[in-house]
Write a protein that binds this ligand. Sequence first.
Ligand code: PLP
Length: 465
Amino acid sequence: MVFDPHSFRKNIAGIKTQVPTISGKKMAYINFDNAASTPPLISTIKETQAFMQWYSGVHRGTGYKSIIASKAYDFCHQIVGKFVKANLENNTVIMVKNTTEAINKLSYRLPLNKNDIVISSVMEHHSNDLPWRQKAHVEYIGLDEAGNLCMEDLEKKLRRLYPRVKLLAICGASNVTGQLNKIHDFAYLAHKYDTPIFVDAAQLIPHNPIDMKDDHDPYHIDYLAFSGHKIYSPYGSGCLIGPKKTFMANEPEYKGGGTVKMVLPHKIWWADLPEKEEAGSPNVIGAFALAKSLQLMESIGMEKVAAYEKFLTDYALAKLKNIPGITIFGTSPRVGVISFNLAGLHHALVGAALCYEAGIGVRTGCFCAQPYVRKLLLLDKKPVLASPSLNDNWSKMPGMVRISLGAYNTTKEIDILVKHLHRIALNRRHYLKEYYYSTAKNEFLPRNNNELNKWIDRTVMANFE
Ligand SMILES: Cc1ncc(COP(=O)(O)O)c(C=O)c1O
């Protein structure tokens, strides 16, 4: 059976949400900001709600609820590991709150010092860059002529810096261009130089199947992290997967309840994995919801999801290319993440126009990947723009418009987006006149925004009545 986006769509919370536009007409909200967060699955909401009857503190209670919640929580780890084909004999699944926390944790748990080298890339989200900077010296793999991560550059660095390189840390897919990295080829190369690989799978997880492979396979992935909210499960749970031996060594960076077997005034026996690494009361509901979303995605088949999203991405790219003055960044193969600019129009203005005129949600700016965005915009050699105060004035901040697709988006929604982008591109003067930059709000707004603002305030407050 092929993937049916329409039946998947019916399982998406808020798919029929109506929003007002500047013309006074209401529209069904179109969400093209899935790379930031995907909406929850209705099935996950229901199953999580049903599980609430068993909700209890885990691992330390004796009542039935605690026994059942503990077993269920432990089982969630297995579901997560199985989803990415991790070998759970040698590897552990550690539940954390998100990818950022997972990467920070790994940066603390690897025995790194300032003489050690972590090789990352220019393509990374800040979350897979900044944590490494505080622990080691970071070298960045550059791009080749086609805009992909350069294998030759990596090999040169691995050879030149051997044996100081302690980790290769790259994303599976970029959150700016959606570009896919050949993670297994990178793994093979890193292993050739005795270097483990960490894959930031935040943008890979909802789109493509992932296979960490057996530990003896030279193409295997050593460490992997992702967030639940990127795969239809926004309940504050994510994971870090990696070899047990890494986490058995040394002390956890967070210590406290749940992390120990026994404590004497001057001695500690650490708990087994993953408890040792999950300090405090864990997010049982978040782990449960993540496991339910993964089970649902697995039952559909990630290959089918990937095939549908490839079709949708190619469709979007083909249509976007015809918009006058558009520059699309990055290259294929990519997941459904596409960033672009329209000539003569600020990225945030385009985003505002899509929001207020078409009820379309996108993201604009640098997407927490400022070095990569600056590189793609050819600004990386212009120091004049490297001023932190620019962030206080969005109108001066360089950036792009990003659409990011989910498996529930449709070609019809892309057609609506493309129609509006055409109109915006062809009526640049009108938009420059009708929208203004508000210093108070640090955003672009339509001149007539009173009614829309009132609607926003009413909608927010209705949730608190
Ligand atoms: C590639 C990539 N890595 C890491 C992150 C951080 O994820 P989180 O905010 O869930 O920690 C993101 C978030 O957008 C991302 O796209």
